[in-house]
Structure formats: C-alpha cells, structure tokens
Design a protein around this ligand. Structure first.
Ligand code: MEV
Length: 343
C-alpha cells in the first residue's frame, strides 16, 4: 500500500513476543522467595502499518480464549479474568499505544493486526506479550527502536495501568526471553538472567480454572494465619527448591530439574492450591515418561507443565485425556522481536 501523502510505501512492521510459564516459586514469591520464569515458543504477533490519518484500527484475529467469561457489549469483547476485574484484550493494546506515544512524544494513526499462537487467559502471559509486542511495533512505526529495557518498563506500566496491580514478571520475561529469576521485596523487584544453554522441551496441559489468582493467594494467606510456622517452612523449602533448580538449569541437569518440579508440585498441593484435575494431569504426564511435572501459576486449575525430553508425543497424548487443551513447546526462546516487512 502507498502512503497517499508522500507517495512511498507505508512502513509495515511485525513485532512478536513469547508467552511464559512459571517454572518454580509461585506463591512463595509473595512471601519474598525467588521464582524462576521462562519464555515459551508460542508467540503473540502484532502487525502494524502507519495510516495517513490519525485513526487507530485494531484487528484482533485468532485470540482464542478458553475457560474465561466473554461478554460482547456495544461491539466490544469484554474478558473476565483474574483479580476480579473485567478486562478487555483491547484495553492492553490501547494502553500500550497511549503509553508509547506519551514516552516518545509523538503519535500516528495505525492499523494493528493481532494474532496469538496460544490461548488467551490460560495463564501463559498473553496480556503481557500483547502489550510488549504492541509497544515495539508502534514505536518502530513512529521511527524509534526501543531497547528491551525500555519495552519491559513500558510494558509493566501498561499492565499496572490496566489491572491496577501487576508484578514485572510477565512483561520482563516476554521482553527479554530466556529464563529469569525474580525476587520481590516490598513492591520492588530484582530480576536476573538465568543462563541456560539449551532450550528445554515441555508439554503444557490446560484445564478450566475454578478460582482466581486473588482467591488462591488469599487461601494461602488464611492457611498461614492458622498454621504459621508450618506454612512459613513450606515457603522456605520452596525457596530452597527454586535455588537448587536454578543450579540444575545452569548445569543442564534435567533429571534433577524434573525431581525438583515434582517436589515443588507436592509443596503447592500441601498449600491447597492444586486440585483433582491438575493432579490427574501431573500424574498422567509422569506415568507417560515426563522427567517432572507440576502446576504452574496460581493453581485452582489452569496449566500443568511437564519436562519431556524425548517423550513429547507420548506425554502429550497422555495429558490430552485430562486436559481441555495441550501444547508442545520449548522453553527459553528469544524475547520481543521486530521485523520490517517490505510491502
Ligand atoms: C500467579 O501467577 C503467581 C502467584 O505467585 C501470585 C503472584 O505472584 O502475584 C500465585
């Protein structure tokens, strides 16, 4: 397509950003212990093309949404998700455009086309991936190449403004890719890279969630109020498991990594955040040859991850019996990327 004003082809760019899983340390991170997150090789793509007017058009194609309430109102898609808030997938895109314009001090009309290789609302970090890919694509259309640090910071800002509350976990991993260790201290976070040579084969199984993240975080808090030192000890042990897992990842010791995943799952079950469906998936994966499996994220349904070197097909087939959907994936892939498409 030609730019009507200047007579040369309009710039068309495509940015992509990966989804994520929490490998170790969910829930314990709320109590100051580290968590390890990884990117997965399922991406969100945002194609952006400058317009000659000031309008913004968003084509949200193929955003599959399992297990969440979707309402159509005045032509808008409203998605009910965690933290009891009503969120729209579009809200992240609009906020990302607004924050990028504000940061760069300029704006332009743009056509955006958003597609996703993974289900939205399944706990795989799609809202962060959408935000980050939109920021990167729009900045490029505005003539700027942002650093990953800038994109991660602006992405976190988008999540905070849309959700009211957000840790930088999802926006950091989708920006930087790879594996990250994150420790939260009084609302401040330390984020460091975990250097892993190989990308790791995993299968992810998804089942509908029965409770929100907020409910589950509260459930653990109440358990701690009743059992104090016992729950504190479980959190401390999860922290220890996470630090050992960091070493196993760096040494590419997959057998230890799998065993630590199993231990972490047992501890999460002890905290009351697993359920029958998640446990069925966890055991289906192990019985089919996974080196380790655990729930990932807040629990109460959602995703189970299984480490499956040489056994991806067998483990996926076994998990399919219990899961609403399954994905084969590799961990530790590249973060946000921008390509200029020649029209
Ligand atoms: C949810 O993905 C992870 C939790 O640790 C909550 C949080 O870190 O905010 C359960």
């Amino acid at each position: 397509m030609f730019n009507i004003l200047f007579g040369f082809p309009a710039l068309r760019v495509i940015a992509s950003a990966p989804g994520k899983i929490t490998l170790f340390g969910e829930h314990a991170i709320v109590y100051g212990y580290p968590a390890i997150v990884s990117s997965i090789d399922r991406r969100v793509y945002v194609r952006a093309e400058a317009r000659s007017d000031n309008e913004v058009k968003i084509y949200a194609k193929d955003l599959r949404i399992p297990g969440v309430i979707v309402t159509y109102r005045h032509g808008e898609v409203i998605v009910e998700t965690d933290y009891g808030k009503t969120l729209s997938a579009i809200a992240y895109i609009e906020k990302a455009l607004e924050i990028t314009s504000r940061y760069l001090g300029t704006r332009k009309g743009v056509n955006l086309e958003v597609t996703s290789e993974m289900p939205v609302g399944a706990g795989l970090g799609t809202s962060a991936a959408v935000s980050v890919a939109t920021i990167a694509a729009y900045a490029k259309v505005l003539g700027h190449e942002l650093s990953k640090e800038e994109i991660a910071r602006l992405g976190w800002q988008v999540e905070k403004e849309v959700q009211g509350i957000a840790s930088p976990m999802d926006t950091s991993i989708t920006s930087y890719g790879g594996f990250l260790k994150i420790v939260g201290k009084g609302g401040k976070y330390e984020i460091s890279k975990v250097r892993v040579d190989e990308s790791l084969p995993f299968v992810i199984g998804y089942v509908e969630r029965e409770a929100t993240t907020k409910d589950l975080v509260n459930k653990v808090k109440e358990l701690r109020e009743r059992y104090g030192a016992i729950i504190d000890e479980i959190m401390r042990v999860i922290g220890e498991v996470t630090l050992r897992a960091e070493k196993a990842l760096i040494n590419n010791d997959l057998v230890t990594l799998g065993e630590l995943m199993n231990i972490n799952h047992g501890l999460l079950d002890a905290l009351g955040v697993s359920n029958r469906k998640l446990n069925e998936l966890v055991y289906a994966a192990r019985n089919a040859g996974a080196l380790g499996s655990k729930l990932t994220g807040a629990g109460g349904g959602g995703c189970v991850i299984a480490l499956t070197p040489g056994k991806q097909e067998e483990v996926e087939v076994a998990m399919k019996l219990y899961a609403t959907l399954t994905l084969k994936t590799r961990l530790g892939v590249e973060g946000v990327k921008v390509l200029v498409e020649r029209p």
